[in-house]
Design a protein around this ligand. Structure first.
Ligand code: JB3
Length: 221
């Protein structure tokens, strides 16, 4: 599992652009610090009427991803929720600077935790001592990441999920809503843990695990 909580320097320009303008982008918008909110230039979305525009403080819609004029000097935050779409966007936009982690003001993040670029820590999430999250990871609303956990690039810990101490989760893996992973467990790359599951053993790459206790439903490698 590659673990690359890389950081890019914070830009002083008003050039922060959200990639995507749906439901997840609303949470990202709410989570921006006042500094990042002030430097937010807008968002791109292929939908001509994206949901983010219904927000009272919506930033400008700058057109589709492939539109003209937004890319030079931009610093991006990928703000779509779908893991596979995120993965494609990460690859497609690899040459564009990515903003540092966005942490909602109600989240609790240990001073000894390390967050990669483009990470979202949502409302009420808790990240305890020594935990690390790779670039573009999502620690969504109310999720608990206990001490010394390691999350790979673009891993999504869904709302209300809990990882016990020292859990390792690979790249591009979804740990579903309200699920629990016991301390010390290792979950591979490209896995899905179904909502409400309790994971009591290690999970191989590409596996889908569901239930209490968690059992492998399928494996895609
Ligand atoms: O469950 C929770 C808390 N959050 C979910 C999140 C993790 O995933 C949420 O409820 C949704 O299920 C989902 O959020 P997301 O990705 O924001 O979904 P949706 O509200 O459907 O919005 C997707 C947005 O991405 C739409 O506005 C699409 O037009 C846009 N989109 C799709 N493909 C794209 C592309 N935007 C760009 N820029 N480029 C694309 O290729």
């Amino acid at each position: 599992m590659a673990d690359s909580p890389g950081m890019t320097g914070r830009s002083q320009q008003s050039n922060l652009i959200l990639i995507g303008g749906g439901g997840h982008a609303k949470v990202v918008l709410d989570s921006l610090s006042p500094t990042d909110r002030a430097r937010l230039a807008g968002f791109v979305d292929d939908d001509p009427a994206p949901g983010l525009l219904t927000m009272p403080d919506a930033p400008p819609h700058m057109g589709p991803l492939d539109g003209e004029g937004w890319m030079p000097d931009a610093e991006i935050m990928i703000a779509v929720g779908d893991l596979n779409l995120r993965r494609a966007l990460i690859s497609r936009l690899a040459a564009v600077a990515c903003c540092p982690a966005v942490v909602h003001p109600s989240a609790v993040v240990s001073a000894s935790a390390a967050l990669g670029a483009g990470v979202l820590v949502g409302p009420g999430a808790i990240i305890n001592a020594g935990a690390r999250a790779g670039d573009h990871a999502i620690i969504n609303t109310g999720a608990i990441i206990e001490h010394d956990c390691v999350l790979g690039v673009n891993t999504h810990i869904a709302p209300g999920a809990t990882l016990g101490g020292g859990v390792r989760v690979g790249e591009h893996t979804l740990v579903g809503l309200g699920s629990t992973v016991l301390p010390g467990i290792a979950i591979g790359d490209g896995c899905v843990v179904g909502a409400g599951s309790v994971v009591i053993g290690d999970v191989e790459d590409g596996a889908t695990v569901v239930g209490v206790p968690g059992r492998v439903l399928a494996r895609d490698v």
